[in-house]
Design a protein around this ligand. Structure first.
Ligand code: 5GP
Length: 115
């Protein structure tokens, strides 16, 4: 059996994190190195390594995550001011953790294009 990813360990409560939302499919917690006043990571329970490796079997999972983004952003007070959702995929994007995660960033004006 493969070793659990860092984010599986967070989902399972084996590594502490400031969790703001959790259900049977996903959980959302505060990034340990926040790049904005609000910086959350939304992860599926399933250890999909990256968005590029998702398959049609993951359609319901991906829809669930996208719907939770809005719900969580509203709950965090970001809906009116705005926020950004980022998925890093692979080395050029700087993906550090091989477990799909959506960054939800808000609480300040965000530059475009990103670096
Ligand atoms: P990536 O660069 O892979 O898109 O993003 C990984 C993110 O995970 C980074 O923003 C990093 O700060 C965050 N991170 C790494 N280790 C931990 C941890 O142990 N706990 C939390 N809450 N966030 C982490």
């Amino acid at each position: 059996m493969n070793e659990k990813t860092l984010f599986e360990k967070i989902y399972d409560g084996e590594i502490p994190a400031a969790i703001v939302y959790k259900d049977d499919v996903c959980c959302c917690f505060r990034d340990i190195d926040p790049q904005a006043p609000v910086h959350l990571l939304l992860i599926p329970r399933k250890p999909l390594p990256s968005i590029e490796q998702a398959t049609p079997d993951d359609a319901a999972l991906l829809a669930h995550l996208m719907l939770k983004v809005g719900e969580i952003a509203r709950e965090q007070g970001l809906a009116k001011s705005g926020f950004r959702v980022v998925i890093n995929n692979g080395p050029d994007a700087g993906q550090a953790v091989p477990h799909l995660h959506l960054h939800i960033l808000g609480g300040r004006s965000l530059q475009w294009p990103p670096g």
